[in-house]
Design a protein around this ligand. Structure first.
Ligand code: ZN
Length: 240
């Protein structure tokens, strides 16, 4: 499977604390544990030509992961349109944490995608609310992150096709932290945790969820329908 991990890669350059947690960048950390699954994993970042997402890179990608925060506005509309079309054509897309405000996620959702937030070292408890879903394979009924940024409801998204996780935070809020959508032939998974100043992507259960999500969002071998005006398959009898 061809997996591309996209990261804006700005916090890593601006904040030594983030560099200390993720010396290879958030994209490097995610790519590293996905390679353990035997996938062919490459990374792409905002400052590369075409943000590293050329026609060829996207054409070959089965799944794209997206982490962005500071620089959503710097993502070129042409690239957003290109990613959008690939999702409709069947590429899986996993949108992580502050990617809720990325152009591509908002375009796919069609809503404001806003939420409440707080950086106060809340404990986060992620409850599995769809125990039959492939994304939660191998997990317990819940798992915890000792410290995370809080995201709280209301989260302005369309009703998910499947709600996989609900998070509880120490300060009292809850959040739909794992949600799936079908768009065209593509599958989309939004997964909340992953604030840059916490070691969230080194957490065993987080890695398990992302590995499962890569397998689930890939639509390998799906049929391609032709749209528009078509000739009949059967001969149509002449009617009076
Ligand atoms: Zn954050």
């Amino acid at each position: 499977m061809n997996v591309v991990v996209w990261n804006e890669n700005r916090h890593e350059k601006l904040n030594p604390k983030v560099t200390e947690i993720y010396p290879e960048g958030i994209h490097g950390a995610i790519a590293s544990f996905l390679r353990e699954e035997g996938h062919d994993v490459t990374t792409a970042t905002l400052d590369q030509p075409e943000h590293g997402l050329t026609e060829q890179v996207l054409a070959e990608a089965d799944v794209l992961l997206w982490w962005g925060h500071l620089a959503h506005d710097e993502v070129d509309e042409t690239i957003v349109e290109r990613v959008h079309q690939r999702v409709l054509d069947g590429m899986g897309l996993i949108v992580l944490h502050s990617g809720h405000f990325s152009k591509i996620f908002k375009k796919l959702m069609g809503t404001g995608c806003d939420l409440k937030w707080r950086e106060a070292n809340d404990r986060e408890r992620l409850w599995v609310v769809d125990p039959s879903h492939p994304i939660v394979a191998g997990l317990d009924t819940y798992f915890e992150l000792e410290k995370e940024e809080m995201y709280g409801e209301h989260f302005d998204i369309p009703a998910p096709d499947e709600l996989v996780f609900i998070s509880w935070f120490e300060g009292g809020e809850v959040f739909r932290s794992g949600a799936t959508y079908r768009r065209g032939k593509g599958k989309v998974f939004y997964f909340r945790p992953g604030h840059e100043t916490y070691p969230t992507y080194h957490h065993e259960q987080i890695q398990k969820v992302i590995k499962n999500a890569v397998a689930w969002t890939a639509s390998l071998g799906a049929p391609t329908h032709q749209y528009g005006n078509v000739e009949p398959i059967e001969e149509i009898s002449v009617k009076e």
